[in-house]
Design a protein around this ligand. Sequence first.
Ligand SMILES: [Zn+2]
Length: 405
Amino acid sequence: MFKFVIVKLVVFLCISCASHTEQHKVNIHNRLLTLDAHLDTPALLVRPDFDIMQEHSHDHDFSQVDWPRMEKGGLDGGFWVIYTPQGPLNADAYKSNRDTALLRAMAIQTMVSVNPDTFELATVAEDAHRITNIGKKVVYISMENAYPLGEDLSLLTTFYKLGLRMLGPVHFKNNQFGDSSTDPQGSIWGGLSPLGKQLVAEANRLGIVLDGSHGHDLLLEDLINLSKTPVILSHTGTKTIYDHPRNIDDTLLKKLADSGGVIHVNAYSAYLTKLPNNPERQKAYQDLFEKFGRNWSTFDTETWQALKQARYQLDKKHPAIKASFEDYMQHFLHILNVVGPKHVGVGADWDGGGGVVEMMDISTLPLITERLLNEGYSEQDLADIWSNNVLRLLKQAKDYADSVN
Ligand SMILES: [Zn+2]
């Protein structure tokens, strides 16, 4: 009997000890300043039915970021993206996409201005700590695809004045600035185009961090060689774990880190591991797009509700096949092994297609911290990963701009 009591006591102590340790890790996560380098949520801000202050559920509407879930997942903010899909390279298209990008920037500004006690626009590295210390969320602005700048680099100043501090030249296809990693044509410029090289100089002059995600390997090499300040990959993985054009190999990874750059690890399932084909789902999505069209920006609330409902039903019938959290962490841990915690961060592509089983929205972010602590990384390493590294790049970009202006 006595022995039984002892065993029970030891079991109880172990359980309470384990939960104490888990709580300790969550506490560490909560006291870190946490920034994600690539939040695609501004694409939702322009929808009539989306309120950033309300809690949503990914199962229900596929969204992954809002203020209540930022609180739950201990996310202090990040880079909110002005994204434009690649379109034709001509003056009319440049003009209309410029306007779309300006409206996206305004949507971010509006999110901040209508919720002044919750969000604050950040433009320099020091802003992040100041803003979190007063209990608000940090809103840096970045641009994914410089396409809407057309051939008028003076527009970059306009976006800089609107708060832009990070810029990726390309998206899925080659454009006027350079080569994409996923254009079926392959490289046409050999990296950056002549205009792309001018874009780098202009971004440096203004103090905007250059982002090589989506860029062809040759474009990333050009960025590393030409940029006066270190380059970021805001959402990218490693080819060593899964050989996909959106990921980079260890040689380029080391080159990025040697030049002071940082890679933020992407959680986009199709780039993390080989997923089985899902033809029924693909067909169902094709039918859905045929029915509703793709001009989502013109939808009224009713059409949105109908589309949301149809997507919800489709997802229940043909669920998406996602990579696992472990697949994500394999990328994370390999990259950490190669370049160390001073050159790594988190950029999970939330609201842009990111998310893995167990981590489908930002409310589960403490899982990353917990896993890295279990792997032996220290609280200081975690502080670097979650924000110090990207803030260092911002500061270097600004210091350079101050030195030349
Ligand atoms: Zn992307």
